[in-house]
Design a protein around this ligand. Structure first.
Ligand SMILES: C[S@@+](CC[C@H](N)C(=O)[O-])C[C@H]1O[C@@H](n2cnc3c(N)ncnc32)[C@H](O)[C@@H]1O
Length: 281
């Protein structure tokens, strides 16, 4: 979890404050792509992943996808996902199933220095499961330690193809366990898009958090990538030129190279334009 002490940019701050008020919630009636482009939405990082996942799914001919949050806590993230899923369906025609993984009882014990025990500790961020389930009746809460739940998730829930994953389990150990979701893609490709939009929350933090390549989520990503030749999770380069977006360092893509549809050509529209532009004038 990022520290509240980090001042957001003015561009991010204005809509975030405005959208806390229920009277401004009808702004959701605007096209969600417009809200994303103008940053006039509470969680543009989540919106970016959900919209782009739905767009990829549509190109591949899917009518449904799944979006997953690892680390739900009180549930504000999953509540946004459940709300925004309706907007995604409105503009793309793709329905979004929502899943949230959490112990239900807050953070487990840290497992060593890479879990940043100077910042996180057991029982932080607990959930009121009944209240949350009432707020998001259509979302599925997968309760338990991800180390125990992620391995059987696909077989148990038979999710629509997973297209977006939000990772906010804070620890190195929990993040590494959650990434083993992709191990299932080898035998169960129908439940995954070939490329998955991901957000990692604990990459940018405060001087107290001191995230880096050798602790927390970044360490988990590096270690996971080193053991999985067919799955690589790497930073989404598209956003890097957009310096007003704080979350540009936190959106990743999981590339499932062994997915049977990884190499399906999807570039018809945009490649046509490039093709024309490259003709000798
Ligand atoms: C920072 S909170 C999540 C906040 C939430 N994403 C939001 O935006 O409101 C981190 C959560 O990760 C959960 N968590 C951490 N390690 C876990 C593990 N190994 N298994 C399941 N849940 C875990 C904790 O229970 C905690 O609720």
């Amino acid at each position: 979890m990022e520290a509240a002490t980090v001042a957001p940019s003015a561009v991010e701050r204005i809509p975030a404050i405005a959208l806390k008020s229920s009277s401004t919630r009808n702004i959701y009636n605007y096209n969600p792509w417009f809200l994303l482009d103008t940053q006039a939405i509470e969680r543009p990082n989540y919106a970016y992943c959900m919209l782009h996942a739905a767009q990829l799914a549509k190109r591949l001919g899917h009518e449904r996808i799944s979006a997953i949050e690892f680390g739900v806590a009180g549930g504000n993230g999953i509540a946004f996902m459940a709300d925004f899923a309706k907007q995604v369906q409105r503009v793309t025609g793709v329905a979004v199933e929502i899943y949230g993984f959490d112990t239900g009882a807050g953070m487990p014990d840290p497992e060593g220095p890479k879990d940043l025990p100077y910042w996180f500790r057991a029982a932080q961020y607990p959930m009121d499961r009944d209240a949350l389930q009432k707020k998001v009746p259509d979302a599925t809460l997968v309760i338990g330690n991800v180390r125990d739940t992620v391995g059987s998730f696909v077989e148990t829930y038979r999710p629509a193809p997973i297209g977006a994953v939000f990772n906010d389990v804070d620890y190195w150990s929990s993040t590494l366990d959650s990434l083993h979701l992709f191990d299932r893609a080898a035998g169960q490709a129908d439940h995954f898009l070939p490329r998955i939009a991901m957000y990692f929350d604990d990459i940018i933090g405060s001087p107290a958090e001191m995230y880096g390549a050798y602790n927390g989520q970044l360490a988990a990503l590096r270690e996971y990538n080193n053991t999985t030749p067919d799955v690589k999770i790497d930073l989404n380069q598209n956003l890097l030129p957009l310096s007003h977006l704080r979350y540009r360092y936190q959106i990743y893509y999981a590339h499932l190279f062994a997915h049977p549809r990884y190499s399906d050509f999807l570039g018809d529209d945009q490649q046509g334009e490039i093709h024309n532009a490259l003709r000798l004038q």
